[in-house]
Write a new protein. Structure first.
Length: 129
């Protein structure tokens, strides 16, 4: 080899080596394979009639709990409007349309001094049978 070719050979080797290093550093990491996610089967949808039966059954249980609770003071539901209002908000809580906090807040708007009573009702409505 001639002396003039040696620097060219060294430059070529350096360029090839540097290209190899750059190719190694620009590779993307392998994507992680997600673990199998267990899917919980959806609860079967109830018809409106089935919902009404289940709601009334739950309300009977709540009523039985209330009768055994010496600290519970009965709410005044003496008018059809109050009964309807109470049925609406208890159903909404039971059906998941409103939260426990929303239910209690709605109750306290009409009965400001009855937080305990609305907490007892909420606990009963949300208890899993």
């Amino acid at each position: 080899m001639t002396i003039k070719m040696r620097p060219l050979l060294v430059a070529t080797l350096l360029a090839t080596a540097s290209l190899n290093f750059t190719a190694c550093t620009t590779k993307s990491p392998k994507p992680k394979i997600p673990e199998q996610v267990k899917q919980v089967p959806a609860e079967p949808q109830m018809s409106d009639a089935e919902k009404q039966i289940a709601y009334k059954s739950t309300m009977k249980k709540v009523g039985a709990e209330i009768k055994r609770d010496a600290n519970y003071k009965r709410l005044d539901l003496s008018t059809p409007e109050l009964k309807s209002w109470f049925t609406d908000i208890t159903y909404q809580l039971w059906d998941g349309q409103i939260s426990r906090g929303q239910f209690i807040a709605l109750g306290l708007e009409k009965y400001p001094d009855r937080a305990y009573e609305f907490e007892v009702i909420a606990n009963g409505l949300l208890a899993k049978s």
